[in-house]
Ligand binder design. Structure first.
Ligand SMILES: [Zn+2]
Length: 449
């Protein structure tokens, strides 16, 4: 085998040197690519050699079967495996249980290629490219970066399988956390810990929205909401201007298309891992969405609750436009009075009073005024912005809003994409795992299992 490999590479080198003598120049890119291909070829040959298993000895031709009976050795069977060196062939013993007709390949389990024709090394690569970019883009990256030809479908299937495995691991962790009391981690206290939550729609295939109402009345839904949460810490603020400064590299993310109830457990576990129990000041932030504040009450009692200031302002703007359609100057004057003098100053009772005293002949406007007044009244304690600023806390939930775009939107909301819930959740889990810097740990722990 060694001789064969050496001969291949030698032949290639002779050709390269001959060419240089002939033309007087070296095309480095052509040479390096040819060498990589030749070495891959040699490596794949070596791997195929390594993956030729022997038939078991006569006294070892029986294995326990999960059904309780025994599986008998049948024959050596082979299958192709795509490795980081290219296509290799594996030949290994096959056992069959005559009782339940279940077959098994013990070597596949040992090699971590059970039910797949892709090696662990390549699966790791496919997970990395599939997490980062559309699957076809990943296919192209594999060709350029790894010299491996794969199909777009293989990138998709593998990235989703790895992401699905991460998502399952998360669910096991969440179940454990619910059933057992989470251990109190003894570690340095955390000055300020933030939990921010938001929702963002992801386009899905038709079957995932059956019976679901869209945003427009009577229209079917085309998207499902990913609930996304982030946790980060703050120890400093700007000494001159007083504004909050997020600790660098302190942000982790978690999310899924799931019910608020399930998401609550997810975000609680994430906050816990990040030191919720050790935080001196705890803050929950979001827009006005009801599910967020229900979860805050259920899982994060005692936390300071803050409604994103910019969402609150947006609510006032919408009302200003309803009150003074096409009259920009009037809208601005009204905003000055209501935003700067009331909302921004945390004088929410005054704002609610002012809103409720507006009279309008238009029933639609009256309804809008009522809902907005209710919104501010309900969230009054979450809008004491001057108080929050004096504590040097964030007043905007910009981190989670940016994450909706960078973690979810940029990967899952490109044109022409339609996800299954399962596929989207797998990729969301995979991306969060990567961004949180936990992918290497996950991969290592999976190998150890
Ligand atoms: Zn069996």
């Amino acid at each position: 085998m060694h001789q064969e490999m050496a001969r291949e590479v030698n032949q290639l080198l002779s050709r390269i040197f001959a060419q240089r003598r002939h033309s007087g120049r070296t095309d480095l890119e052509a040479v390096e690519s040819a060498l990589r291909a030749a070495l891959h070829q040699a490596g794949a040959t070596a791997l195929s050699e390594l993956l030729q298993y022997q038939a078991p000895a006569p006294d070892q031709r029986q294995l326990p079967c999960p059904c309780g009976h025994h599986a008998q050795y049948q024959e050596l069977r082979s299958k192709p495996v795509l490795t980081v060196m290219g296509r290799a062939q594996i030949s290994r013993p096959y056992y069959l249980c005559s009782h339940c007709h279940q077959g098994q390949f013990p070597a596949d389990v040992e090699l971590d290629v059970k039910d797949t024709e892709v090696s662990p090394g390549v699966r790791r690569m496919l997970a990395v490219v599939g997490a980062a970019a559309p699957f076809d883009h990943g296919r192209q990256q594999m060709e350029v970066l790894a010299g491996l030809e794969v199909t777009t479908k293989a990138v998709e299937r593998t990235a989703e399988a790895v992401g699905g495995d991460i998502a399952q691991g998360e669910q096991r962790e969440i179940q454990r956390a619910i059933q057992l009391d989470l251990p109190i981690v003894v570690d340095a206290p955390v000055r300020i810990l933030y939990v921010q939550m938001d929702g963002t729609g992801v386009p899905v295939v038709k079957k995932e929205t059956v019976g679901r109402q869209g945003k427009t009345d009577g229209q079917p839904a085309h998207t499902r909401e990913v609930k996304l949460g982030c946790v980060f810490t703050q120890t400093k603020w700007d000494k001159k201007k007083g504004y909050a400064i997020r600790d660098p590299d302190s942000t982790t993310y978690t999310g899924a298309i799931e019910t608020a109830e399930m998401f609550g457990k997810r975000i609680y576990l994430e906050a816990w891992k990040r030191g919720w129990s050790r935080a001196e000041t705890k803050v929950v932030m979001g827009d006005g969405a009801e599910w967020i504040w229900n979860l805050a009450a259920q899982h994060f009692p005692g936390a300071v609750q803050i409604v994103d200031l910019y969402h609150a302002r947006q609510h006032l703007w919408e009302l200003a436009r309803k009150l003074y359609p096409n009259a920009e100057v009037n809208q601005k004057v009204w905003m000055k009075a209501h935003q700067r003098r009331m909302l921004d100053k945390g004088k929410i009772e005054r704002l609610v009073g002012a809103l409720r005293s507006i009279h309008s002949a238009n029933p639609e406007v009256r309804e809008k005024i009522r809902t907005e007044a209710d919104y501010f009244e309900r969230n009054a304690e979450r809008m004491r912005y001057p108080k929050f600023r004096r504590q040097h806390l964030f007043v905007g939930s910009g981190v989670i809003e940016a994450a909706c775009k960078t973690v979810i939107g940029s990967r899952l909301k490109q044109s022409g994409m339609f996800w299954t819930v399962r596929g989207a959740n797998a990729i969301v889990a995979l991306r969060c795992c990567h961004i949180n810097g936990r992918f290497e740990d996950y991969w290592e722990s999976r190998r150890a299992a």
